[in-house]
Design a protein around this ligand. Structure first.
Ligand code: 5AD
Ligand code: SF4
Length: 504
């Protein structure tokens, strides 16, 4: 599941989301919709898919929710807090719904999948609920709601059809120039004992390689140069089909081969993937980081805990030594690789000594960044029935301790990069101020850089070289170097040169 992220850190709010209503400029025609998105990158991408389906059905984005006739909430249930957010949103939206006759309110995503009808029963002003496998039904459900029908559609589908969505509508071209998500597999069969995802996203299913490659071709035709491959256990891609004896001719590839094939598309400059599971991190994937220049030198590899006993009870299916073995092989293949992770503290029965083992592993690996969470019991998961719940104060203290350690590690990693020149894919204006731009380097670090007067800001979706001059705990600050030739073809060249995509 490792694709999940904290709401606060990683996921743009609905308003900032590249596919949010405000980022697509279209003439106001057709009924208008707004989308709120919570949760992981898979959810962000699902919202993009829903927005695209609505566009194809003639709907248009609203500037503000207050102008919308249709409001959809894409929900997350990874921790209790995320789920509760839906209920407080829905309570507050009674007024929105009452303010306009014919307004339609729908809820999708993981809470919808899990709770289905019961949300509909509890909130009378809610028109419909759509599950994670039913995105393509959304336009029809909106229409049905407009004629007064209330419904919940949360059937799990095992069909590959759900990957065959319409092409990206022309309206979205340029909404996130240069970058795109690309779903390669969905669902999860791992059943980690703390995790609700296998229940909300269903069984693991890989998309045929031909469809992935065709979508990649379509995306590069629209100016995409960086692809982020998505899947709950993305590097398990193809494993069930391969085991069943399906051949490459039948469209089945292993994950490493899929990366190779995508990297062969000439326009692709960067390949990322999230999130891999340590159990499936094979030699081919390690080698991909050494041998395929387009595969970025960053891996988000969820650790969850640094104690074998805890890992066992989490049903993670690897030991600390095995995890550290992957780290060692990755670093041998690509010494500059940046590693980030997810950690849960306060899992039922976690002793102080076990928590300290986690601290030790985090320190030993020296992650560049870590997302850490207090364990939150989720319905119908095995861990929810385990003894040994931690005192919430103790869990909070452990979280703070881990976060303090990570803060120091991140700052040290950022400081070590000051003086380096890096390649940034520009994402737009930075929150830091007027002539400040923001983007990400190959290591997935956020880089803010200033644009000196009277220069024009480099366009979103272009690559620029940036000299790192300062480190903060959350980002790197850079300047455009003075000794650079003119930018000619921003999507292909870095400051006029063919870039070295590999930083090794
Ligand atoms: N409680 C706390 N954190 C959780 N995660 C998943 N389930 C839970 C839970 N029940 C964390 C894991 C996962 C990340 C996205 O969310 O660390 O990798
Ligand atoms: Fe990831 Fe485990 Fe949850 Fe699957 S069950 S999504 S592997 S944490």
């Amino acid at each position: 599941m490792q694709t999940m992220r904290t709401l606060e850190k990683e996921i743009p709010s609905a308003r900032e989301s590249p596919f949010s209503s405000s980022s697509v400029s279209l003439p106001a025609m057709g009924p208008r919709y707004a989308l709120r998105t919570y949760g992981c990158q898979m959810n962000v991408h699902d919202s993009e898919k829903v927005a695209n389906l609505l566009h194809h059905a003639g709907f248009r984005p609203a500037e503000h929710e207050q102008d919308a006739e249709v409001l959809l909430i894409n929900t997350c249930s990874i921790r209790e807090k995320a789920e509760n957010r839906l209920y407080s949103d829905l309570g507050a939206l009674r007024e929105w719904k009452a303010a306009g006759p014919g307004r339609v309110l729908g809820v999708g995503g993981c809470v919808a999948q899990q709770e289905g009808d019961s949300v509909l029963r509890r909130f009378r002003h809610l028109d419909f609920v759509f599950g994670t496998h039913n995105l393509r039904l959304v336009p029809a459900m909106v229409e049905a709601a407009r004629s007064g029908q209330r419904q919940s559609r949360t059937e799990e589908s095992r069909s590959l059809e759900r990957f065959d969505l319409p092409e990206r509508h022309a309206a979205f071209e340029g909404s996130r120039p240069g970058q795109s998500f690309l779903t390669v597999m969905e669902g999860c069969d791992m059943f980690c004992t703390f995790c609700i995802v296998p229940r909300t996203r269903g069984r693991e299913i890989s998309r045929p390689a031909a469809g992935i490659l065709a979508e990649a071709q379509d995306l590069v035709g629209r100016g995409v140069v960086e692809l982020k491959l998505l899947g709950q256990t993305v590097n398990a891609y193809g494993r069930h089909d391969l085991r069943r004896g399906k051949t490459a001719e039948a469209g089945t590839l292993a994950f490493g081969e899929l990366l190779t094939r995508l990297a062969e598309i000439p326009e692709i400059r960067r390949l990322r993937y999230t999130s891999p599971h340590p159990l499936f991190f094979d030699e081919a994937l390690v080698r991909a980081h050494a041998e395929i220049p387009e595969v970025c030198p960053h891996v988000h590899l969820p650790l969850q805990a640094g104690s074998d006993r805890t890992l066992e009870r989490m049903h993670r299916r690897y030991t600390v030594a095995e995890y550290l073995g992957i780290v060692e092989r990755l670093r041998a293949a690509r010494p500059d690789i940046a590693l980030t992770t997810d950690v849960i503290v306060g899992f039922p029965g976690e002793t102080r000594a076990e928590f300290e083992e986690t601290l030790a592993v985090v320190g030993e690996v020296a992650f560049v960044d870590a997302y850490s969470f207090k364990y939150s019991p989720r319905p119908e998961t095995a861990a929810a029935a385990m003894d040994g719940a931690l005192d919430p104060v103790e869990a909070q203290e452990r979280l703070a301790e881990l976060q303090a350690l990570q803060h120091d590690l991140t700052l040290a990693a950022n400081r070590a990069r000051v003086g380096e020149r890096t390649e940034v894919l520009v994402e737009g204006q930075s929150a830091r101020g007027e002539r400040q731009q923001r983007g990400r380097d190959p290591y997935h670090r956020v880089v803010n850089f200033s644009v000196p007067e009277p220069e024009e800001a480099p366009p979103t979706g272009s690559f620029v070289s940036v000299e790192l001059v300062e480190a903060t705990p959350h980002s790197l600050i850079g300047e455009r170097p003075k000794d650079r030739p003119e930018l000619k073809d921003p999507l292909r060249l870095v400051d006029g040169r063919e870039p070295a995509s590999s930083m090794a």
